[in-house]
Ligand binder design. Sequence first.
Ligand code: EPS
Length: 355
Amino acid sequence: MTLRLSSAGESHGPALVAIVTGLPAGLELDRDSVDTDLARRQAGYGRSPRQQIEQDRVDVLAGLRHGRTLGTPLALVVWNRDHKNWTWGMAPWPPEGHPSGKGTKAVTLPRPGHADLAGVQKFGHDDVRNALERASARHTAVHVAAGAVAKALLATIGITVAGSTVDEAGLRERIDEARKERDTVGGVVEVRATGVPPGLGSYATKEDRLDARLAAALMGIQAVKGVEIGEGFALASLRGSEAHDEIATDRRRTSNRAGGIEAGVSNGEEIVVRAAMKPLPTLMKPLGSVDLVTGEAAAALVERSDVAAVEALAVVAEAAVAWELAVAAKEKFGGDAVADFVEAHRAYAARIQWH
Ligand code: EPS
């Protein structure tokens, strides 16, 4: 069975939910590890006051018994604590009583850089909130929970995945300056995966290519505008003799400019991918926009937001890469029971003498 993930949830709605299907039975999950990743996602310099309201924790509604997967759909929930301030504004059913709390007034001032304008045009909404609530990066929380499940599966075959920011040194200063000037900043994150055997993904079709799948997964995260695999864009200006990773007699490589993937297939070296995040589009000193009701020029919507979420992106990107690697590993090794998955990996590693 293919490993699949679907999610739902608005930023200020009742909850974020994810359903994971295709997990083998008998996988041990640790609630604290999932919650630790959720807490990592909430942390980071420059985050919004929203993160003081939320204390993200995972609840499991199905697919798990006594900490082990049942091989049935796994239903994960992260509740939005802030929803209590939006019970009227974000009520799923027509609300009763007088409008109160947040979200009672239609938003008509789209923010450049966000989903606001295209969202109302595409879906015919008359309140920008109907677009921005789902476009918000808030729902990455439940994807991080699913990523933690993927990491547990990958750990059974010795794969680890870790994300970090790339320009750690100057980041805080850049954030402090931007905050003073009521502006926002972006940045670059890197994810490394170790223990990935050769042969995940395939050169056969573009859908199979592991690099294409990782790029799509990273591009699928809010605010990501660029993705690199290995040396990426820098390879374009090198000669072939400088760009490729020579093969030693033990079949390992003497360098890793390809970032662990050649021709869409993992080659046994560390997988290294990077994602570039644009500055977040909600500015306290707003950019020019249009009032969708009056048609007049107006400043864009100003609401609570992060100055930067680069450190959070490192955690979200880690989860996205873990998820894609778990899908590719499940595709290669199969298994209804986790023991079958582990045994198939062992037999394959023995056949190709990979350790
Ligand atoms: C986010 C929660 C949001 C924002 C951020 C991501 O909270 P709120 O909108 O209630 O302040 O902090 O969303 C965006 C950057 C965005 O553009 O929508 C979170 O939990 O990650």
